[in-house]
Write a protein that binds this ligand. Sequence first.
Ligand SMILES: [Ca+2]
Ligand SMILES: [Ca+2]
Ligand SMILES: [Ca+2]
Ligand SMILES: [Ca+2]
Length: 271
Amino acid sequence: MKPSLLLILMAAIPACSNASDTDPDASPFFADAEPSPTDATPKIDAEPERDDDAGEVPVSLRINEVLKNSPGPDDTHEFIEVFGGANLNLSDFSLVVLEGDIDSGSTVGVVDMLIDLGTTNGDGFYVTEFFGDEIENGSLTILLVRGLDPETVEGADLDTDDDGQLDTTPWQELVDSVALIDDPLNPGYSPNLLTDDLGGEDEEFVGASRFPDGMNTGAVTDWVRANSEGVGLEDLLGAGGAECDGCGDTPARPGRAVITPGASNEIVSAK
Ligand SMILES: [Ca+2]
Ligand SMILES: [Ca+2]
Ligand SMILES: [Ca+2]
Ligand SMILES: [Ca+2]
């Protein structure tokens, strides 16, 4: 470096420090060594200002847990959980639940549910409300999308020829997806196809969790089947092994996922 340039640089440093708040582009000297001025601003990971970034897709935003059939005699605690960064405003994101049962009376690919998302909690989780008998117990696909066309309605058929390929994708970006399939004849509109042999078992499953949170290698082993015994929902009638009419008292099986709406996914441990 020429001495004259070094002098210019040294003279410029205090001025640049003062100027950085108002004109971050003022100094070419820092451009190569530092992240861009935009990235260099405080990351506001856990602050409300993050709301202004709605639409920015966190790389790790995932469908993290699904319970389609809650324990006990009534199906009152269905939910879907999304995991990403803390305090993220997900108002530009939606969950789209698609019909997957060929014999459902409607056709496959029909939008069964549209769910707007809110803000993740301080641990990075967003969980829907508890639904009752809305998330079907059979085959379905859940899509996490950004920029859903607001004209999309429940009942719209996104696979008009029922070939298992979506003919209409009314969103800007497909962020994540998972299909829960209880019959090999039923289509899943996702590369993440969870079937009744999940976890080496041979039984219809009530839900599933990524484990650990956000695990995403693309393999089915990213997912652990939910326990059907209600571990995690112990205050629910018939859950957690409690006896009740019509639900029995099945002991929880180790290795299945604890039901953890809005919280970190866990595995039922061996006693
Ligand atoms: Ca259900
Ligand atoms: Ca269809
Ligand atoms: Ca099609
Ligand atoms: Ca969870």
